[in-house]
Structure formats: C-alpha cells, structure tokens
Write a protein that binds this ligand. Structure first.
Ligand code: FES
Length: 68
C-alpha cells in the first residue's frame, strides 16, 4: 500500500519506522523521507496514493498495538 509515491514509501515502511522511533510525524517523515517530493501525500485528502501520510501514521499505530 503506497503512502508516498514520490519516495516509494509503503505502509510497511511507516510501520517499521514507528516501531523503531515512535509516532512523531516529523521524525517519521525525516526517517522515511515520506513527503519529500510533491508533498501531496501529506494532505489527508490526497488521492494520488493509497493511504496518505496522516492516515498511514494512524494505521501504523493501530497495527503495532494489535501486534503487541
Ligand atoms: S507523493 Fe509523497 S511527496 Fe509526492
């Protein structure tokens, strides 16, 4: 599931980053490089990607909670 098309970042990449670094959006963006392009994926309403970054962050937290 693509979160950022410009940087080819998937939901799995976001989950992995949140597991390592916590759920601070700026930290996760810096680590994954998500949003370092057209920046459209940073908007929740973006239709260019499967799951825009704000939703990906929320989903990642939920996925990690389910794992633990
Ligand atoms: S889709 Fe993420 S920066 Fe362009």
């Amino acid at each position: 599931m693509i979160v950022c098309a410009c940087q080819n970042i998937t939901l799995d990449d976001i989950v992995e980053a949140v597991e390592k670094l916590g759920n601070d959006a700026d930290t996760i963006r810096e680590y994954t490089q998500a949003g370092k392009g057209c920046e459209s994926c940073l908007e929740a309403a973006c239709e260019e990607v499967d799951l825009p970054f704000p939703y990906a962050l929320i989903n990642a937290e939920a996925i990690i909670k389910q794992k633990n």
